[in-house]
Design a protein around this ligand. Sequence first.
Ligand code: NAD
Length: 393
Amino acid sequence: MVIKPKVRGFICTNAHPVGCAKSVENQIAYVESQSLEQTGPKNVLVIGCSTGYGLASRITSAFGYGANTLGICFEKAPNERKTGTAGFYNTAAFHEQAQAKGLYAKSINGDAFSDEIKQQTIDLIKQDLGQIDLVIYSLASPRRTDPETGEVYKSTLKPVGSAYTTKTYDTDKDMVHEVNLEPANEDEIAQTVKVMGGEDWERWMSQLGAAGVLSENCKTTAYTYIGKELTWPIYGQATIGKAKEDLDRAAKAIMSELSSLAVQANVSSLKALVTQASSAIPVMPLYISLIYKVMKQEGTHQGCIEQIVGLFDQRLYAASPPTDDMNRYRMDGIETNEATQAKIKVLWDKVSQDNFHELSDYAGYHSDFLNLFGFAFEGVDYEVDVDPIVHWS
Ligand code: NAD
């Protein structure tokens, strides 16, 4: 089949297998071009391994440090009529590249929030790896089924406290317009914390610890976005921010529960980037197109893979890594520093439908968005008939 992007709202409903493989190859090439220290992870579990920051973490572990990787994701396989999801193709491409290098790579495709998938993971670690020394928690999901009660919780992307009117960019219609976002009620806040807070990270670590599959001094990190004034009303101080605050609580709880193993748990704050998760958040596409413009001019622009290589090299495996007052690793300073934010603020105040393409890095945002689904890569012929069926082994 000839596969062209089918964009619907903030998502693309199909993906290109050859383009996704290209995306994985490009990230591997970047990691291999960096001379990373030998000290690094050996056996890595990546929860949320198939796209965005989780995929970059898996690629860095394997191709930067030669680590064995076990990945957990929730992706759709292709069939004769419909392509697989990008994460499915990315995972297939990752396996192929890792195996070609003689690196162990297995993935479990299923609901990471469930106890069944946690048990399958533990069984596979016991069978193949023995123990894990790094656990990356990189899930982004709109819902979670509580494994104890079976209740389904949904996350909401709303301000907290009062309504908020702001500009936003509609990627599909290519339109900058105002949105009025009503505040979340208490139940919506609590449900968002249930889905995107630290409870599931803690549950993973607790079950892995109890099963004896974590090594002494094992490290674990969960990803957050903190941002600054422009994004606080819809992110940092909004429902999702409340959930992310809960990660700080969870990090402490994990270290306390697993103190006999001296497990090191830190939240890592990363910069805003185009991913499937961030495209769904009101305001973020506009904010990201503007920071792309500013940060590319400053020469500080980074994608997922550059951020994660920095996180591993300068924080996770550095001799005495700096942390903030909440014991978090901060990789977002290049975005959140006052000078950069001041430049974005100037653009933010000016931006409208008429000048959006000129003031923002619209082209960069758009091509990164298409890249998420394997489209718009140089060197890939999108007119050619490709087989959508791809398998993992
Ligand atoms: P993403 O959408 O690219 O990745 C989400 C991953 O979670 C995928 O691998 C997906 O398969 C997996 N997943 C989702 N639901 C699952 C389930 N039920 N079971 C198993 N796997 C499941 O998102 P991302 O932007 O890379 O986000 C990863 C983390 O990084 C999130 O915690 C996010 O808040 C954080 N973060 C993102 C940004 C950003 O700008 N994108 C910035 C800072 C921090």
